[in-house]
Ligand binder design. Structure first.
Ligand code: ZN
Length: 286
């Protein structure tokens, strides 16, 4: 299923994308939660109710008549993995890490497809990063690699917008400030349930800046795959439904180019993963 969060008629609720239409889950089953985090926490019963509503195909709204939102905008955790493609570690001038590099963003960074990325005037080095995003569906701690994918609700596309000067040149020596400006986590459009993704480790991924492909890779290039990341993270904290994991970006970011490329007013960034979706956001300056 392609689960969506959408706005229509003044309210924000959940649906299933079927071709050019959205099945309105609130109309199909009024007992279903209207936000994705609660929906995922409701587990298998909510998923099967959504599936039967999608199969019936009633209560549809043309997709063109709704605003598609980020599939989830209130996760408990937004976990991010750095330097998880070998070619990106190299272009960043850093070694391939022996274990995952983990940092976080705040949920307040999340914006919808089509919303404006605001390049802050205090940064001169705002960069793009396309990433596969894992959405957790089932709680767990100390999850084994064999069980890891059973904790995944699905996948979406994320854009880990990064102010490199704040990420790399501040005295704290860690990345958070450069990653957490408002609007720095475009997400969506669809949450594609894991049953539709045969192998999250074999997905073509790319970023297109103003019509030019600037990042192009495949998730088979991930140093630490989805299973390994879930196991690694869950040894530290409980993963809960709705938590999202940005899995890292391939090479081609603006920082690694000659000359370097930084996002500016008027740019349009498309982040795309085959079989999952296309996330487009314009850039403005504040
Ligand atoms: Zn990233």
């Amino acid at each position: 299923m392609r689960l969506v969060t959408f706005e229509h008629g003044g309210s924000r609720r959940l649906g299933v994308r079927t071709g050019d239409a959205i099945v309105d889950l609130s109309q199909a089953d009024a007992s279903l939660p209207t936000n994705m985090r609660d929906f995922l926490a409701a587990g298998e019963s909510a998923l099967s109710s959504a599936k039967s509503a999608a199969d019936k195909g009633e209560h549809t709204i043309p997709a063109a008549d709704v605003k598609i939102c980020a599939p989830i905008n209130n996760p408990e955790k937004v976990v991010c993995i750095g330097l998880n493609y070998a070619d990106h570690a190299k272009e960043s001038g850093m070694d391939v890490p022996p274990e995952p590099v983990v940092f976080s963003k705040y949920a307040s960074c999340i914006i919808d497809p089509g919303d404006k990325i605001v390049a802050p005037s205090v940064s001169n080095e705002v960069d793009y990063e396309v990433e596969l995003v894992v959405v957790i569906g089932k709680s767990g701690r100390n999850i084994s690699e064999a069980d890891a994918l059973s904790h995944v609700a699905g996948y979406t596309v994320g854009h880990d917008v990064s102010a490199r000067d704040y990420q790399l040149q501040k005295p704290g020596g860690q990345w958070m400030m450069g990653k957490t400006f408002d609007t720095f986590a475009p997400l969506g459009p669809d949450l594609v349930t894991s049953d539709e993704i045969a192998d999250p480790g074999n997905l073509d991924i790319r970023c297109i800046l103003n019509g030019e492909t600037v990042q192009e890779s495949n998730t088979c290039q991930l140093i630490f795959n989805v299973q390994t990341l879930i196991t690694y993270l869950s040894h530290v904290f409980t993963l809960t439904p709705g938590d999202i994991i940005f899995t890292g970006t391939p090479s081609g970011v603006g920082m690694g180019r000659t000359p370097q490329v930084w996002l500016k007013e008027g740019d349009v960034v498309v982040c795309e993963i085959d079989g999952i979706g296309r996330l487009e956001n314009p850039v403005v300056s504040d």
